[in-house]
Design a protein around this ligand. Structure first.
Ligand SMILES: [Zn+2]
Length: 151
């Protein structure tokens, strides 16, 4: 488990929402997972890296009114930025003390955090596993960099 880190901050793509998190992340709260379920694929573009966290450690620094929540299953809410759509967390009514942070929203994940499992792979598309495609730190060769980054 990562040590509590009062300096952990994050936010959405457009910057309307900023948050901090203090407390344990992953570890004894539960595994850091990459979820491949159909809901995460639709909500987040593809698999989501998710870390269990404590709701009391999550502080919205800016943009509380920009956070929308979508009830993707009964009692399960996915928090996102209303302006840019960035996924921020999920929570369940039945577990008010817990959040599941979307690690993509974290500015710099604390050291020691690692993926412990890929879950809901049963419905994952065939292209998503087992590829040995080359990895590039920037664009793939031959692609012209454009304004913005990635995607
Ligand atoms: Zn935003």
């Amino acid at each position: 488990m990562s040590e509590p880190d009062p300096g952990l901050t994050g936010g959405c793509l457009c910057g309307a929402v900023r948050f901090s998190y203090s407390g344990p992340l992953g570890g004894e709260l539960g595994a850091v997972t990459v979820c491949h379920c159909a809901q995460c694929r639709r909500a987040q573009g593809y698999a989501a890296a998710v870390a269990p966290a404590l709701a009391r450690g999550f502080v919205v620094l800016r943009g509380r009114g920009e956070i929308g929540e979508y009830e993707s299953s009964p009692g399960k809410w996915r928090g996102f930025c209303r302006s840019c759509g960035s996924p921020l967390y999920s929570r369940r009514d039945a577990r008010p003390d817990d959040l599941r942070l979307r690690l993509g929203a974290v500015d710099a994940a604390p050291p020691g955090l690692k993926v412990e499992a890929h879950i809901f792979t049963a419905g994952a598309p065939a292209w998503s596993f087992g590829d040995d495609a080359p990895r590039y730190a920037w664009f793939e060769p031959g692609r012209q960099p454009a304004a913005g980054a990635g995607g």
